[in-house]
Design a protein around this ligand. Structure first.
Ligand SMILES: NC(=O)c1ccc[n+]([C@@H]2O[C@H](COP(=O)([O-])OP(=O)(O)OC[C@H]3O[C@@H](n4cnc5c(N)ncnc54)[C@H](OP(=O)(O)O)[C@@H]3O)[C@@H](O)[C@H]2O)c1
Length: 264
């Protein structure tokens, strides 16, 4: 499957209304894919759908769903089935982050993040993979993070959730090697989007200075998923850091990681 002139192919993307998801959505739309846009904010989804339909004439279906709710994946699958659209590319992009000491964050908030970042992502793959297998064609793109490569004190559950996404994606990619289905884990480093303020971590050293724009991250990610790469770390500095942690003892890695996450 090449990405040019894909009028008859459909991408389902979660979290298309902001940040990295928004920038990826524009690229898929420009290449002619039909789109299924999924997130909570219905007016914003509809505004985006109108923009894409007017600009690129894509067929767009909007599904307003809170992915931190149990059974949201099932509901999405049922709505897609009713629409007669078939998902050729599934992009699990929606995610939240939490900054702070584990002992100070309430369990409900953490479980809601786990539901969104891990459980619903896994369920969406479970629902949409069978049809891809039947056609022996498809692609699953999961947005992980460079946080997946090491433990991250002050973002412990978030980093663990992204380690899950990376590990799951790599293993699934290998399991599907003899099929026409490709799995990619995209690992952006710190990126200037709404997730930073929302996580409560905007004063952390990690997010200070010059960090990547969602446009740049999407540009690099889009090129790589087009080439069906299994793991994509966006940006040279992020690549060096994510490879570098393998060469350093873990006891040191977690101490360095803690320093990066301190407030400035
Ligand atoms: N920014 C970074 O530094 C960074 C670094 C590495 C990885 N990532 C990963 O990249 C992905 C995108 O993050 P971003 O930085 O682009 O975030 P963002 O700007 O905050 O956008 C998040 C998107 O997800 C949707 N979303 C959030 N919670 C949702 C929920 N409960 N149900 C349905 N949709 C929900 C939002 O739409 P609604 O508000 O309409 O629901 C929005 O479209 C995430 O998986 C994140 O972990 C980000």
């Amino acid at each position: 499957m090449t990405y040019k002139k894909q009028r008859n192919k459909t991408v389902l993307i979660t979290g298309p209304t902001n940040g990295i998801g928004y920038e990826l959505t524009k690229r898929f739309a420009k290449d002619g894919f039909n789109l299924i846009l999924v997130s909570r904010n219905k007016p914003k989804l509809e505004e985006l759908a109108n923009l894409l339909t007017n600009q690129f004439n894509n067929k767009v279906l909007v599904i307003s769903e809170d992915l931190s709710q149990a059974n949201s994946a099932k509901s999405i699958f049922e709505q897609v089935s009713k629409s007669q659209m078939e998902v050729d590319i599934l992009v699990n992009n929606a995610g939240v982050a939490l900054y702070g000491e584990y002992r100070k964050i309430d369990l409900k908030t953490e479980l809601s993040m786990i539901q969104l970042n891990i459980v619903t992502l896994t369920e969406l793959v479970k629902y949409f993979l069978p049809n891809m297998l039947q056609k022996n064609e498809g692609q699953i793109i999961n947005i992980a993070s460079t946080a997946a490569f090491q433990p991250v004190p002050m973002m412990s559950i978030y980093a663990a959730s992204k380690a899950y996404v990376l590990s799951f994606s790599e293993a699934l990619s290998e399991e599907l090697k003899q099929t026409g289905i490709y799995v990619t884990a995209v690992c952006p480093g710190p990126t200037n989007t709404g997730i930073i303020d929302a996580s409560g971590g905007s004063n952390s050293k990690l997010f200070q200075g010059k960090i990547m724009t969602p446009n740049k991250v999407a540009e690099l990610a889009y090129k790589a998923v087009n080439k069906k790469k299994t793991v994509v770390v966006t940006g040279m500095k992020n690549k060096i850091l994510s490879e570098g942690v393998r060469l350093i003892p873990r006891s040191i890695v977690r101490k360095i990681s803690k320093k990066f996450l301190e407030e400035k």
